[in-house]
Every structure is written in C-alpha cells, then in structure tokens.
Design a protein around this ligand. Structure first.
Ligand SMILES: O=c1ccn([C@@H]2O[C@H](COP(=O)(O)OP(=O)(O)O)[C@@H](O)[C@H]2O)c(=O)[nH]1
Length: 481
C-alpha cells in the first residue's frame, strides 16, 4: 500500500484564436453529451483542442533513454526538463493566480482496482491547463472477484474514494468529476453479475461528495482501452505536440486482456487489418488513425488458465489442471475473476521451455493478428505485466525500467523454464508467464527477435495506463470511433 505523488510536466500553450474565451475560466465540460447540460453540472477549464507543435528539442522520446526513477511520496526534486518545458508555480504560492482543477479516474481491472487523481493547473486564462501531478493508489483483487458479493466490491471503491477526499481540497469536491471504467474482468463476467457490480459502484459514487457525471460508471470497450493508453503514452513522451507525427506504439498486458496500438505508417497495414482493428479519433487538432486491438482472454492471468485448459471451465472443483510450464511438484488453488481452480505441474512428466512453448502457443496461434508493419522499426512502449515480469525475472530494474529486445524475453524464459527450482521462489508461474510473453510477441504480433521494447511503468512520473487518456476524453471528447 503506497501513495505516490507524481509531479509532472507542463506544456500546453493556448492558441490565440481561443482568446475569445479568455474571460471564461470554466467553459463547459465537453464530454459526455456536451449539447445537453446536466443540471448542477460544474464546468471546467477546457483542455483545448489545439496545441502548438513542440519545438524539435522534445523529440525524440525524451523518456525512453533517460528513465526517471520511480519515487514514492513525497514528490522528488524536479528533474531537469527539456528547455521547452515551463515549471509550474506551486498552487499555494501567494503570488499565484492559478486555478486548479482535478479529475478522478478509476481503473477497475481484472486483477485490481486503481484510482488516479490528476491535478491540472490553469495558469492563466490565456494559457492551456497543465497536468501538474498524479496521485495513484491500487488495491487487489479487482471488482470481478466480488461477483457474488457486489456490496463488498463497492466497499473497495469506497476505500479508494477516501484517498480522493484527502487529495482534492474540500472546496473542489463538488466540481471534481469521478469516473470508473472497467476492463477485462467485468467483460469476462456474465452480464447480470457485471451489472450488479456497476450498480453498486454507482451508489458509492452517488453518496460521495464529488461530481458524478452521466454514465460515469461503465465497462469500456477494448478499442478505447488501446487508444486511450496510446494517447497517455504519446502525451507523456511529448509525441502529441511534435510536428514530426512521430509516435510510439503501445503494448499493454493486463490480467484479462492485452492491447496493441500503434500509428501505422504504411497504408498496407490499414488495408490488410480486420476493419474493426482500425480506430479514428481527433486530438489537439490532429486526426489520427490507429491500428488497435484488445484480445479478451489473452491477458496474463486469463492466458495462464487458458494454457491449463481451465478458462471458462467453471464449477470443476474436482479437476486438477496440469501444465509442463509449472514446477513438477507444484500444486495450488488459483483464483481469477472470482473462480478458483486447482492447478499443478506434471509430477512424473516433463517440464521445460520447449513443451511449455507448445502449450502457450495454443492460446495464441490463430487468435492473434500480425499487423503488416510490426516487423518495421516503430518504437513500442510495453507496460503493465510486461513490465512487472521483466522486473521479476531480473531483466530490468524496477525503478528505472529500460530497453529490452524481444530476444531478451526469450533467453530469460528458457533460463527460467529450464531451471524451475531456482526461480520457483520468485513465482511458480514465472516460466509460464515469460514463455507466454515471448510467444505473444513473436508468434502472436510477429515481432522480430531484435525488436526493441521500452519497458516503463511510468513516464515522467505518471502511470502508463489508459486512465490519463480517458481523463482527456472526459474533458474533451476525442470522438473515438
Ligand atoms: O495505472 C496502472 C494501471 C495498471 N497497472 C498494472 O497493469 C496491469 C493491469 O492489469 P489489469 O488487472 O488492469 O488487467 P485488465 O483487466 O485490463 O486485463 C497490472 O500489472 C497493474 O499493476 C499499473 O501498473 N498502473
């Protein structure tokens, strides 16, 4: 349990054409349903559509090669920012006329629920708001674990809201929107169970002192999840204001689903992709067309169960699911999405990388699309369980992140699987997880051994998650379609 205060970086410049709004500190919220204002709905400084293209100095990828160490509260000394970034004055400074506003975004994931409290500063009416910092806190397990006891699930959200009350000053509660989006965990549940959990969360929100917009509690679709994580990472790495149109792709490996999203350079990628894998949206005066897909059931925890042949095999409490990816003498109950399964290694059989690779292949081959362009030279940021497993297996340092080649995952997977006893103390699933990641990257998406991935949990001290993109989408409808 830990709180993190992430101090962040600045840099929206307001377009002069917007100066007609100069007196209007709190223009109307643009999303959801901007045309029908809700009674009692607070208004916010707009995150304007148009940003000056960033000067060349931002580019390329400031974060990628100079990772900022993860710092736990209190906030770190400000690190040296590229020249173009303006430091934001402290909100409490006596000379400061800044207006501060907040956005609260809940990520109800399959393996945990998380709160992101973003603080924005509207320095003065003619400049754009700046993202000042993020407060992040996570609890386990996720909402779906409470499928038979929604009230208790609602309690986990109530606990997280207490942090919001401590973080957001009381005078701002009423105009601070609170939004929850659920991902794979709830997508995988029967509809009635998922709805009961959402209903419970709505009640918790309604009894809170925050602003509850229409439709503030929902299950997000997979395409949005991918696009919004792409927006977050490209925003934080400075690629959204650069006029080079150079961007980075993202690889997100959750517990229940996995997302790949990138901006194709070649028309062939768009033409050869399944039509539903292409998403359009508008941001900061640009129209973007992305390749994105969320594979439900291919998140790390769902894939473990699928590899074992257990996913969806409900109510089989007598059956033991076995795999050559697990240590031979391992036997345990595992719970995912509120269902418990008995799993074990193969006591008198074989275990190891090769057999394991064949097993996990079944979960990937014929399921995962290989985009035309992925063998090219785009930069991909990989986070969530890609990051966690890279740290756990000793490939990268947890506070710094770093660059890895796909072949590094493969090499470490072989090592872990062929010396299971050595790695068992870290996690009996490490062989299965590392092999799955290797197989997903190579056989699934079709990355080359030499493809370089940037592993990051945070960029510029803000979590790499769809949550920041979703907050932008709330304040200014990105019209993702
Ligand atoms: O702001 C965030 C959100 C998520 N995560 C990590 O990302 C993974 C997300 O898994 P989740 O349960 O959300 O999966 P999903 O339900 O989306 O498949 C877990 O390792 C989380 O610890 C994180 O590090 N920061």
């Amino acid at each position: 349990t830990y709180y993190r205060h992430h101090r962040y970086v600045p840099h929206f410049y307001r377009y002069r054409e917007h100066s007609a709004n100069a007196e209007n500190l709190l223009p109307e919220v643009s999303n959801p349903e901007p045309e029908v204002p809700q009674p009692g709905v607070p208004t916010y400084p707009k995150i304007p559509e148009v940003f000056h293209p960033a000067p060349e100095v931002i580019h390329p990828i400031p974060e990628a090669f100079h990772p900022v160490p993860e710092v736990v509260h209190p906030a770190p000394e400000p690190y040296h920012l590229p020249e173009v970034y303006q430091p934001v004055p402290e909100a409490s400074s006596p000379v400061n006329t800044s207006r501060v506003f907040y956005g609260i975004m809940f990520d109800a994931g399959s393996t945990g629920s998380r709160i992101h409290i973003y603080k924005f500063i509207q320095k003065d009416p003619v400049e754009l708001p700046v993202l000042d910092n993020e407060m992040y806190h996570a609890v386990k397990p996720g909402l779906s674990a409470y499928k038979d006891n929604p009230e208790e699930g609602g309690n986990t959200i109530r606990q997280l809201l207490k942090i919001a009350k401590k973080t957001v000053p009381e005078e701002d509660w009423k105009r601070t929107p609170v939004v929850l989006k659920a991902t794979a965990g709830l997508r995988l549940l029967p509809e009635d169970k998922a709805n009961a959990l959402l209903k419970e969360v709505r009640e918790v929100f309604n009894e809170s002192p925050f602003f509850v917009p229409n439709n503030s509690v929902s299950i997000m679709n997979g395409a949005k999840e991918g696009v919004l994580a792409w927006v977050t990472v490209n925003f934080l790495t400075g690629h959204l204001y650069s006029n080079t149109r150079k961007t980075v792709g993202i690889l997100d490996l959750g517990g229940g689903s996995t997302q790949i999203t990138f901006l194709p350079r070649s028309k062939k990628t768009i033409e050869s992709a399944p039509p539903s894998y292409i998403a359009n949206f508008n941001l900061f005066d640009h129209k973007y067309q992305l390749y994105t897909h969320s594979y439900l059931g291919n998140g790390l925890y769902a894939a473990r169960l699928a590899t074992l042949g257990a996913l969806g095999a409900d109510g089989l409490d007598w059956k033991v699911f076995t795999s050559s990816c697990l240590p031979k003498k391992f036997r345990e109950d595992v719970t995912f999405g509120g269902t418990t399964y008995k799993v074990s290694g193969i006591p008198d059989g074989y275990a190891g990388y090769k057999l394991c690779y064949y097993e996990v292949m079944k979960v990937i081959k014929g399921v995962v699309d290989q985009p035309y362009e992925v063998k090219g030279s785009s930069v991909f940021y990989a986070f969530s369980y890609y990051f966690d497993r890279a740290v756990e297996s000793g490939l990268i340092d947890g506070s710094r992140g770093g660059a890895l080649e796909v072949r590094d995952f493969k090499k470490r997977a072989k090592e872990v699987c062929n010396k299971m006893t050595k790695y068992r103390a870290i996690s009996p699933f490490l062989c299965m997880d590392m092999t799955y990641i290797t197989c997903l990257l190579k056989e699934g998406f079709g990355f080359k051994d030499s493809t370089v991935l940037q592993l990051a949990k945070k960029v510029n001290n803000v979590e790499t998650s769809w949550a920041l993109g979703a907050t932008f989408d709330f304040f200014r409808n990105l019209n993702i379609h």
